[in-house]
Design a protein around this ligand. Structure first.
Ligand SMILES: Nc1ncnc2c1ncn2[C@@H]1O[C@H](COP(=O)(O)OP(=O)(O)OP(=O)(O)O)[C@@H](O)[C@H]1O
Ligand SMILES: [Mg+2]
Length: 244
């Protein structure tokens, strides 16, 4: 299977600060990747770099055979990168429907299809972005990314702050979506078990570089390894709402 995304020794950051250092990984066509690591190791910066929002000092990023290292952010969206930011960033003064249509580009995902995927959004179609619950904002952020008809979905802590039942639903929905559409995904998630259950492969970052790469199943089963890589108690490996 050809790699659709290649990070090749990328060094990037903000202004004079270098956050990612010598960072390399690949993602196969239609595959899903979990990015794990403690707070502040550079997970969001990796996604920001992929979207073209950081300063890349050296190294290269290839997407579907094209070198996109210097490509401006709006062209990356057109090239098939769909981003669900950590801070949701739904437009507060636009309605749900306007939030969705303002970014639409032609493809399999239409307004009607997004509404069928997230019926709650159809019910709230006339509400403004600032009149939504956290879960609804999250669905809107994902729906909005789908409206751009991406080939790679980037999710930055999609489950943060959501009730356990919504987390389960959303995780299953995202996984089904990727499996049925052959949509590739990168999932940044604080809860390793959840992230690993949604993905094929995983990388662990430490101080802006990759310290582990392998299959998500293997890592999920290696509790000692997870503990040493992430430095957390085994009980925290469980997804939210699944505490012992
Ligand atoms: N806009 C910015 N300008 C300067 N430094 C930044 C900026 N955003 C993040 N950083 C710094 O880059 C480093 C990595 O931050 P990043 O947000 O990528 O971490 P993260 O792994 O996503 O953390 P978290 O798990 O808390 O979301 C941190 O030291 C942070 O302070
Ligand atoms: Mg982050």
């Amino acid at each position: 299977m050809p790699d659709s995304l290649v990070f090749d020794r990328v060094r990037a950051g903000y202004g004079n600060a270098v956050v990612l250092d010598d960072l390399s990984f690949t993602l196969g066509e239609g595959q899903s990747l979990a990015i794990l690591g403690r707070n502040g190791v550079g997970k969001t910066t990796l996604l920001e770099t992929l979207m073209g929002n950081t300063r890349v000092r050296s190294g290269h990023i290839h997407w579907q055979g094209q070198d996109i290292t210097a490509m401006p952010p709006h062209r990356r969206v057109r090239a098939g990168l769909g981003w669900v930011p950590q801070e949701r960033e739904v437009f507060p003064s636009l309605t749900v429907e306007e939030n969705l249509t303002v970014v639409a580009s032609p493809g399999r995902w239409s307004l009607d299809r997004v509404y069928r995927f997230f019926p709650r959004l159809r019910e709230r179609r006339g509400n403004y972005g600032n009149q939504l619950s956290g879960g609804e904002q999250q669905m809107l952020a994902i729906g909005r990314a789908l409206m751009t008809n991406p080939r790679l979905l980037l999710l930055d802590e999609p489950m943060e702050g959501l009730a356990p039942i919504v987390v389960d639903e959303l995780a299953a929905a995202i996984k089904a979506l990727c499996d049925s559409e052959g949509l590739a995904s990168i999932v940044v998630e604080q809860h390793p078990v959840l992230a690993l259950s949604m993905t094929h492969t995983a990388i662990v970052l430490e101080r802006g570089t990759v310290v582990y790469r392998g299959s998500s199943d293997d890592l999920a089963q290696d509790e000692k390894r997870l503990e040493s890589l992430l430095g957390i108690d085994a009980s925290l490996h469980l997804a939210p709402g699944h505490e012992l």
